[in-house]
Design a protein around this ligand. Structure first.
Ligand code: SF4
Ligand code: FES
Length: 241
């Protein structure tokens, strides 16, 4: 039997001088396997065309639809309403990112800054010849390296990180994962000293307090804590030389 759902969505437009932060409550009929994304689409189509939220893929791939769902950062398109037995669901925008409107935040500018900061590209002195095949690496090394490319840049690990909320310049789990990805990749010729320059401080790998929320919340189940520990071990060994 279907039930009524109560959705309380945060609404605020920082660019509108008369807009004030507030919640709006919507009631809708639950359908089987309904996701929060489906609720939001119904609300926008039938009740409130002004409600802003982000999505692209609707399949847990693009990372656009992350938001706070009853206080926890999650992907709206992968979160089922049946997992909320009380039927009351409160939606807020992710913290730690620039708020655009209602449930929409700008994760793109943060990720662009993070990629530049950790120099998220292969560093190699050789000139690239795109007519040639890429240099071969061992399959298990390739697997381990490309596994870390599964990050969808949803921002959930950033929003769930207490260190990041206290220290705005903290590079967060996804940034540290990115450095581990390139350190593992034999195509990248950077040394540990180079990584020390990028993340060897409290805004980098030494700032993480191992609170574990990043790994608990990551929708792609990436090994965030083990890769942070790996980077920390590498950098500590370098410092103690
Ligand atoms: S590491 Fe996981 S939680 Fe963090 S941005 Fe990537 S996919 Fe999202
Ligand atoms: S819409 Fe792409 S991850 Fe949810």
């Amino acid at each position: 039997m279907s039930r009524k759902l109560t959705i309380r969505a945060f609404k605020y437009n920082p660019l509108n001088k008369i807009s004030k932060p507030h919640f709006v409550t919507y009631e809708l009929e639950e359908t089987s396997f309904m996701t929060i994304f489906v609720c939001l689409t119904q609300i926008r189509e039938k009740m409130d065309a002004d409600l802003s939220f982000d999505f692209v893929c609707r399949a847990g791939i693009c990372g656009s639809c992350a938001m706070m769902i009853n206080g926890k950062p999650k992907l709206a398109c992968k979160t089922l309403t049946k997992d909320y037995p009380e039927g009351i669901i409160e939606l807020m925008p992710l913290p730690a990112f620039r708020h655009i409107k209602d449930l929409s935040v700008n994760t793109g500018e943060w990720f662009e800054g993070m990629c530049k900061r950790v120099e998220s590209w292969v560093h190699n002195e050789k000139d690239t010849d795109i007519s040639k095949l890429e240099e071969r690496i061992e399959p298990e090394v390739a697997d381990e390296t490309f596994e870390l490319d599964r990050c969808i840049e949803c921002g959930i690990c950033v929003a769930s990180c207490a260190t990041k909320l206290m220290r705005p310049n903290f590079i967060a789990a996804t940034g540290l994962l990115r450095t581990a990805r390139y350190l593992q990749d034999p195509h990248d010729h950077r040394t540990i000293e180079d990584y020390y320059e990028l993340i060897g401080d409290d805004d980098g790998v030494f700032g993480c307090m191992s609170l574990l929320a990043c790994e608990d919340s990551c929708p792609k189940e990436l090994p965030l804590q083990s890769k942070i520990a790996y980077m920390r071990r590498q950098l500590v060994a370098q410092r103690n030389k």
